[in-house]
Design a protein around this ligand. Structure first.
Ligand code: HEC
Length: 427
């Protein structure tokens, strides 16, 4: 072995270690865990997943509302139903700033981290906002890529092993894949941002199709957005540069010393790599089949299809149907109430004076925390009767802007709101 060939292997070896540590191990190890939690099959989670997640989570972003002792303790996080992210290295960070997320409670804005194999951070909260502007939930982005990520990462690891084992021109050229890795990520990321901005439903706030910023600061409705690379991206860049150097050194060494016939040792390492790789892929596949990843993906895709309104003949609903619908409404209302509670807990009181949770969660996003107006008009100064008349009129006309929230409010709620807002000018 000459010096070039040795150096080439050292560089490729370091790249493989970064790949294993930052991406392959956490991604393969954690595969299927979130699905199992969602399906209430916590007992199916293998025991090694707990220390794995805890280890990677240490020092990562955690919502300030999450109890300190739960932050890098997966068992606790599951117990208290906190939001759990994937443990692989986060590659890109996307965050929002808005009046209802005050700096004291959200020193990092509202951040979401994008990983090869999923998301972490305030995904749920971000989805609430996305819903407002008619955008699909974040999980929809990169849905195929994140599902395939563990397989692709294992394949990439095997490629490195083969590069390390053989002296072969063809294998050398395959190094173009790790070299392009950061750019592949960016391409996929940009595509999905475009997709999100161009597959809008009718939200509470109607916005024009747009592409969210890939890098830097931007604005969507009343929110300021920030998008920046984080540690995982620098790791990908390091893998890219190391691979490029390793490739170049190996080519140089092959020019000096044409490759000899591969030895038995080389073939043995290759076979061992192959067995290990195939074993890993099979276990990932088994997990995916067990948690039924495919049907989960198709459900998510169906639920985010942009609906085209259809007119159907109204038929008389049966008693059972009415009961089912009433129950569904009731469930929706309860869910909404829970969301409001969560929002309240998180956002604190950002306005000039205290407002009811009904106002804060339904009206404040558009009319401002104290009725000062933002997307919606200023409400301070209107009197109770004017307000109530307007609200009832909106409800009767199914006014577009307000339907998304009025759906959950009764006439009595509207009356209470009118009374409350009518008092804003006195506070
Ligand atoms: C999605 C954003 C949005 C939400 C949510 C929203 N509004 Fe509005 N609201 C608007 C906009 C925009 C207007 C101005 C409409 C216009 O001028 O036609 C408006 C107008 C109004 C008006 C009429 C003001 C006037 O000067 O005549 C009232 C009253 C009102 N909203 C009350 C509410 C209440 C109460 C809620 C919460 C239950 C609410 N809105 C939630 C966007 C919103």
């Amino acid at each position: 072995m000459n010096i070039y060939s040795l150096m080439s292997r050292i560089f490729a070896g370091i790249a493989l270690v970064i790949l294993l540590y930052g991406f392959i191990i956490p991604s393969v190890g954690f595969n299927g865990t979130l699905e199992r939690i969602k399906d209430n099959k916590v007992e199916d989670i293998p025991s090694y997943v707990y220390p794995l997640w805890n280890f990677y989570q240490d020092g990562r972003y955690a919502s300030i509302n999450t109890q300190k002792e739960a932050r890098s303790n997966l068992k606790k996080m599951i117990e208290i139903s906190e939001e759990i992210g994937v443990p692989s290295m986060p590659v890109w960070n996307f965050s929002l700033e808005a009046p209802n997320y005050p700096k004291e409670a959200f020193p990092y804005g509202l951040p979401v981290y994008i990983h090869f194999d999923g998301l972490s951070g305030e995904v749920h909260e971000m989805n609430t906002i996305n819903h407002y502007v008619g955008m699909a939930p974040m999980e929809r982005g990169g849905i195929y890529e994140s599902t395939l990520a563990p397989y692709a990462l294992v394949a990439l690891g095997m490629l490195f092993m083969i590069f390390l084992t053989y002296n072969n021109k063809f294998v050398n050229r395959l190094m173009v894949i790790p070299v392009l890795l950061p750019f592949i990520f960016l391409g996929i990321y940009a595509y999905w941002l475009y997709w999100f901005g161009h597959n809008l439903h009718e939200g509470a706030i109607t916005i024009k199709p747009f592409t969210p910023v890939i890098l830097g600061d931007g604005k969507v409705a009343q929110f300021t957005t920030h998008a920046y690379p984080v540690i995982g991206f620098w790791a990908l860049l390091a893998i890219s540069v190391l691979s490029l150097i390793a490739w170049w050194l190996k080519s140089k060494s092959l020019k000096i010393l044409p490759p000899k016939k591969a030895t038995m040792l080389q073939h043995s390492i290759f076979v061992a790599t192959l067995l290990l790789g195939i074993g890993t892929v099979v276990s990932v596949l088994k997990t995916d089949i067990e948690v039924d990843t495919l049907s989960k993906i198709s459900t998510l895709i169906d639920s985010t299809k942009v609906k085209i309104p259809v007119t159907v003949e109204p038929s008389k609903p049966t008693k059972e149907e009415i009961e089912a619908i009433t129950k569904e409404r009731e469930d929706e209302r309860k869910e909404q109430e829970l969301k409001i509670k969560a929002l309240e807990k998180r956002a604190g009181s950002a306005g000039k004076f205290k407002v009811s949770s009904m106002y804060k969660s339904n009206c404040a996003p558009c009319h401002g925390a104290s009725g000062e107006g933002s997307v919606g008009s200023k409400l301070i100064g209107l009197n109770k009767d004017e307000l109530l008349a307007k609200l009832l009129e909106y409800k009767a006309n199914e006014e577009e802007m307000h339907m998304a929230v009025f759906e959950y409010l009764s006439d009595e709620d509207l009356e209470n709101l009118a009374e409350e807002i009518g008092e804003f000018s006195n506070q």
